[in-house]
Design a binder for this molecule. Structure first.
Ligand SMILES: Cc1cc2nc3c(=O)[nH]c(=O)nc-3n(C[C@H](O)[C@H](O)[C@H](O)COP(=O)(O)OP(=O)(O)OC[C@H]3O[C@@H](n4cnc5c(N)ncnc54)[C@H](O)[C@@H]3O)c2cc1C
Length: 439
């Protein structure tokens, strides 16, 4: 889709997270001039690699799904092989609740949604009542096109859908936390249903898990930045935008070092980062944290599964990065949407290991109490709280030259890579359309 625009506009994109990167690439493909400003020394925003000793960790362990259409389109447009960026795992859940285990495996040979039906029917460790209620509920949701007349909290949706406490604990709650990073008592049922619909109702591969093969920076962000530069885009790292002013000449953009004029601006910084540079009014959001506890063990350490769900304590998931990301012996423990954690780092690491070991006891194995090293990364504003009927700003602002992009911009998805990429594409498209109009 290499279009040539009749009017190449000069566009500033502020913020080199995935929203800004997607907007920049789309604009360049349509023949516009792009300067991408990033305040930090590296691109990627919340989806970035973080060096630790000789290893590259991620700012937080990320998981994508096959239904992330915009994300996969981004890779395609940047001529990146999705198979080189992501490891694709067919939907398989191995959930652990104390010494109970629930395993749901979907077969590759059945189309959606039959693969899920099969997975639910054959799930190990899920009682027949829970299976039956889950299947009936899925059928009911399908009949109502996964749409609610009025948005409600996920916990209420599950209650109305008569889901059993065990299915909630081992299936729906972990999926909701993974997708929305918001506790089920506050989370938006409609947004959760959007994710379920896109994952389960169309193609079987939509429900696949996609795990970045190495770290986010090397596998995803660096190749995308390189593509921007090869396409003629300018990337300015360590260059925070301090003010945007609309004048007769265009949008005047100030950084700490200079001032430049652009035809259009896409602000792809977080909503809390906006105030310092512009008068664009954005409602305040509440945020949810994510903590990732990295545990490095000896290289021969291997978990029974690449991804294991934990439903009995602080942590929700443990990723074996040896199996997913070619980082043998490195485990990433994900703690989503949790109020302040155990402040003592040693105690938090010990708690994570104890929770993994409780799950591993069902396989008759365990991890040593002391890893070789550990590293805790907490992102306090990992995502906005995705609550029912949340008002999110649109791509367009009151100023026709300035557009918004970012995972918080109105759309069907929660704060995710997919939401960020879609919003970047939408902002770029608004400029492309306005350029076409001036032909
Ligand atoms: C720990 C963690 C785990 C996550 N897990 C998942 C997951 O499993 N799956 C998933 O899909 N999503 C996940 N997410 C969410 C996902 O990372 C985000 O939704 C996405 O990266 C947001 O991209 P963005 O471009 O909208 O914003 P950001 O990544 O926040 O980018 C904004 C950029 O703007 C820059 N900026 C700010 N102010 C200025 C300024 N004045 N001038 C220039 N630049 C500026 C910032 O430095 C930043 O780089 C996770 C997030 C975190 C933190």
């Amino acid at each position: 889709m290499n279009a040539t625009a009749s009017v190449g506009k000069k566009v500033a994109v502020i913020g080199a997270g995935l929203a800004g990167i997607s907007a920049a690439l789309r604009l360049l493909q349509h023949g516009h001039q792009v300067c991408l400003f990033e305040a930090a020394p590296q691109a990627g925003g919340r989806a970035r690699g973080v060096p630790h000793h000789t290893t590259l960790l991620d700012n937080g362990q990320h998981l994508c799904i096959g239904a992330y259409r915009a994300t996969l389109t981004l890779l395609q447009e940047a001529q990146l092989e999705s198979g080189q960026v992501f490891m694709r795992l067919p939907l398989t859940l191995h959930m652990h609740h104390g010494t109970q285990r629930m395993s749901l495996v979907t077969p590759a040979w059945l189309p959606a949604p039959l693969h899920l039906l099969w997975g639910l029917l054959t799930a190990q460790g899920l009682d027949w009542h829970s299976k039956w209620r889950a299947i009936c509920w899925m059928q009911q949701l399908k009949q109502q096109a996964f749409t609610l007349a009025q948005d409600i909290p996920v916990a209420e949706l599950l209650r109305q859908g008569q889901q059993t406490p065990f299915a909630i604990r081992t299936l729906w709650e972990p999926l909701c936390l993974a997708a929305l990073n918001t506790p089920i008592i506050f989370a938006s049922a409609q947004i959760f249903l959007n994710v379920l619909r896109d994952s389960f109702q169309h193609r079987r591969q939509d429900s696949d898990f996609l795990v970045v093969k190495t770290d986010l920076s090397s596998a995803l962000i660096q190749p995308l930045l390189q593509r921007i530069q090869e396409s003629g885009g300018e990337v300015r790292l360590r260059c925070p935008v301090t003010a945007i002013k609309t004048t007769d000449a265009g949008c005047e953009l100030s950084t700490t070092t200079d001032v430049a004029i652009f035809d259009n601006v896409i602000i792809a910084a977080g909503p809390h980062q906006l105030k310092t540079m512009t008068g664009v009014a954005i409602p305040a959001f509440d945020y949810q944290p994510i903590t990732t506890v990295y545990l490095q063990y000896s290289t021969e350490t291997r978990l029974p599964h690449a991804i294991m769900g934990l439903c009995h304590g602080l942590a929700q998931w443990v990723f074996d990065r040896g199996q997913c990301c070619d980082q043998a012996g490195l485990l990433a423990v994900v703690i989503s949407a949790h109020p302040p954690l155990i402040a003592d780092k040693t105690a938090l690491v010990a708690q994570c290991i104890a929770e993994i070991n409780l799950a591993l006891s069902t396989y008759h194995c365990s991890l040593p109490a002391q890893p070789l090293w550990s590293q805790i990364i907490t992102e306090k504003r990992a995502t906005f709280s995705c609550t029912p009927s949340l008002q999110r700003p649109t791509t367009h602002t009151a100023d026709p030259h300035i557009f918004l992009a970012g995972d918080y911009v109105a759309g069907p998805y929660p704060a995710t890579i997919e939401g960020a990429v879609s919003s970047g594409f939408a902002a770029a498209q608004a400029i492309i359309d306005s350029a076409d109009l001036t032909r």
